[in-house]
Design a protein around this ligand. Structure first.
Ligand SMILES: *Cc1c(COP(=O)(O)O)cnc(C)c1O
Length: 341
């Protein structure tokens, strides 16, 4: 058996580094429900400022920040427009219906991305029979789309449609860091375009938990109330925020390295006889489909015997994700294994 697996199952598997743990143990803490945790206040302010947003609220998960946003933007029966593979629809336990009582309009996108034209066509007419279209939610990077990035011009076009029709625009930015680094984009542009943004600290960045929801002051005030209803009001959670502060300072720029690692793996995978299709690799996610007759779970099991963990996202598709805890040496070792297959 292997003593250490090279773990590409997800970028959620990263662990706090010794320096991050030191920052966590040194953190000043207080009761955050009373607004008295200095580290959480600092993280919320830092993150809001980074994106040019008025305010932010710290939450235990990205599911919670997305769900709070949806609840704040909608009334029961309203319609949320999103891509059919989006996390808010596929992986949040039906939360849009459960938490907000909202309905969903799914659009078929291109690797998780939708066009302004599709959004415009999906908006319901003002008709008593119809739900009220209230919110558009985008995902950048797109997880099921293989970590691909929006062209920001498309986002601006979608924003224009939303403004014309009075819809709010939310970003599920669990991996917005990867998009910003890969596309060399400006954080402030995101803040000035979206009404709300959810960002995750627990993907690739080493933090044990943590997400933030960003928005206008009045929106975040409402979001704090909903966070409490959802059971997400935390007390002396400043050490978690300290991990986030540390990650923002030390683990964002290095995402470039994860993207280079993903390219190295992709260059090897694309040449393998057992691979039918590899989604274009733009950031840290690699998704490939196996040739007819081959099984993704069987291939994942065989890689595991060789010390490499991947994830079968469908009967024929495998996902590998690079992150903080994958070293250059791990990549070379993985390429050796793949070459021997
Ligand atoms: C991981 C992820 C989330 C949030 O997931 P949590 O595990 O609840 O933090 C949201 N959106 C996307 C696209 C994700 O990949």
């Amino acid at each position: 058996m292997h003593t250490r697996f090279i773990d590409y199952r997800s970028d959620t598997v990263t662990k706090p580094t010794p320096a991050m743990r030191e920052a966590m143990s040194a953190a000043a803490v207080g009761d955050d429900v009373f607004g008295e945790d200095p580290s959480i206040n600092q993280l919320e302010e830092k993150c809001a400022r980074l994106f040019g947003m008025e305010a932010a609220v710290f939450c235990p998960s990205g599911t919670m920040t997305n769900q709070i946003a949806i609840k704040c933007h909608t009334q029961p029966g309203d319609e949320v427009i999103c891509e059919e593979n989006s996390h808010i629809y596929q992986y949040e336990g039906g939360g849009i219906a459960f938490n907000a009582g909202a309905s969903v309009k799914l659009l078929a996108g291109d690797r998780g991305r939708i066009h302004a034209r599709q959004v415009a066509d999906a908006i319901q007419p003002d008709d008593v029979h119809r739900p009220i279209s209230r919110l558009v939610s985008l995902e950048n990077t797109s997880n099921r789309g293989g970590g691909c990035c929006y062209d920001f011009n498309e986002i601006v076009a979608i924003k224009t449609v939303c403004q014309e029709k009075g819809l709010a625009l939310h970003l599920d930015g669990a991996r917005v860091w990867n998009a910003i680094i890969a596309q060399n984009e400006n954080y402030l542009l995101y803040g000035s375009t979206f009404d709300s943004i959810s960002v995750c600290l627990s993907k690739s960045l080493g933090c044990p938990v943590g997400s933030l929801l960003l928005g206008r002051g009045s929106f975040i005030k409402k979001a704090r109330r909903i966070r409490k209803v959802f059971g997400g009001g935390m007390r002396q959670a400043g050490s978690l925020a300290a991990a986030g502060l540390y990650a923002l300072d030390h683990h964002i720029d290095r995402l470039k390295q994860d993207h280079i690692h993903a390219q190295l793996l992709a260059a090897c995978i694309t040449k393998k006889h057992f691979v039918k299709m590899l989604l274009p690799v733009e950031t840290n996610i690699i998704i490939f489909e196996l040739q007819e007759g081959l099984s993704a779970p069987a291939m994942v099991a065989s890689l595991k015997e060789k010390g490499i963990l991947g994830y079968a996202i469908s009967p024929v598709r495998i996902r590998l994700v690079t992150h903080l805890d994958i070293s250059e040496n791990d990549i070379h070792q993985t390429i050796e294994v793949l070459n021997a297959l």
